[in-house]
Design a protein around this ligand. Structure first.
Ligand code: A3P
Length: 298
């Protein structure tokens, strides 16, 4: 097999055996045309009835697009200076609740979002655009959508599924194509949506923070901006217990760390040339919208 690199294809590796003692992974099923698991559909009516506020900020992504990165950027921009204890003791997934998640042992994402004491409330979702609770549109809440190229998303998701037993095999939240295109189309009619790309963040995080600030109407001082930019580097987020997901029991970081590589183009270490050709052919069929363009290298 011809590889882009000499690294063996990790697609061929089996799951870590230590996971065999843990509870079984949830089953994937079709939910109104989207592959889902019970942990994101069980609380459906309650999630659909979520009461968004005009000053809420929803961070929407297909999984592995840089959700945690952008969540932390926003958290630092809004609360980095005012709440040092928040930065030191509350993990990012509690500061920015995952709206649709509902598991037996923990409060639901919807309840956590309801109880957020902050203004604005930062809320995360992986829902495709058609499933977003209608109050967000009615309240004209601001939404930030982060998209990442399909190949790196696939690689990142593959490794995440190896390390997180709350994930089914293969993937939840449906088709990447439907997700990125559905949100892209929404942007054409809903002006309070900022659509951004993981690749742009990698290329110039400072520029992307400026764009975010202009969308949000924020004007941090040069010093504040420097503090945020420095706090959200890959190495600093990987070392930070509040942002590296090290406290989440369903994740086994020995199998693959949540903060794994943080690069554009890691797909070249995983796809063979033949797989890439096949992928590109399928991509051409499925990505019909010429205005939505992704970079697989920067
Ligand atoms: P990799 O698996 O390619 O390393 P999400 O938060 O949506 O689950 O996305 C996780 C992906 O974003 C992982 O990608 C992770 O390493 C990457 N990521 C998180 N924070 C990052 C940062 N500060 N810089 C670059 N990549 C980051």
């Amino acid at each position: 097999m011809q590889h882009y690199s000499m690294t063996p294809s990790t697609f061929d590796q089996d799951l870590d055996m230590s996971q065999m003692e843990l509870p079984p992974r949830p089953t994937l099923f079709d939910f109104h045309g989207v592959s889902m698991i019970k942990h994101v559909t069980e609380n459906w009516d309650s999630v659909q009835n979520f009461k968004a506020r005009p000053d809420d900020i929803l961070i929407a992504t297909y999984p592995k697009a840089g959700t945690t990165w952008v969540s932390y950027i926003l958290d630092l921009l809004y609360f980095g200076q005012t709440s040092p204890e928040r930065q030191a003791s509350i993990p990012i997934h509690e500061r920015v609740p995952f709206l649709e998640i509902s598991t037996p042992s923990r409060p639901s994402g919807k309840d956590l979002a309801d109880q957020l004491p902050t203004t604005p409330r930062l809320i995360k979702t992986h829902l495709p655009v058609q499933f977003v609770p209608k109050s967000f549109w009615e309240q004209n809440s601001r939404i930030i959508y982060v998209a990442r190229n399909a190949k790196d998303s696939a690689v990142s998701y593959f490794h995440f599924n190896r390390m997180n037993i709350a994930q089914p095999e293969p993937v939840v939240f449906g088709s990447w194509y439907d997700h990125v295109n559905g949100w892209w189309e929404k942007k054409q009619t809903y002006s309070n949506l900022h659509y951004m790309f993981y690749e742009d963040l990698i290329e110039d995080c400072g520029r992307e923070i400026d764009r975010l600030c202009s969308f949000l109407g924020l004007s941090p001082s040069a010093e504040e901006k420097e503090r945020v930019t420095n706090g959200v580097t890959f190495d600093n987020m990987k070392a930070n217990k509040m942002t590296n997901y090290s406290s989440v029991p369903v994740m086994n970081h020995r199998v693959s760390p949540f903060m794994r590589k943080g690069k554009v183009g890691d797909w070249k270490n995983h796809f063979t040339v033949a797989q890439d050709k096949q992928f590109e052919e399928d991509y051409k069929q499925k990505m019909k919208n010429p205005t939505l363009k992704f970079r697989t290298e920067v």
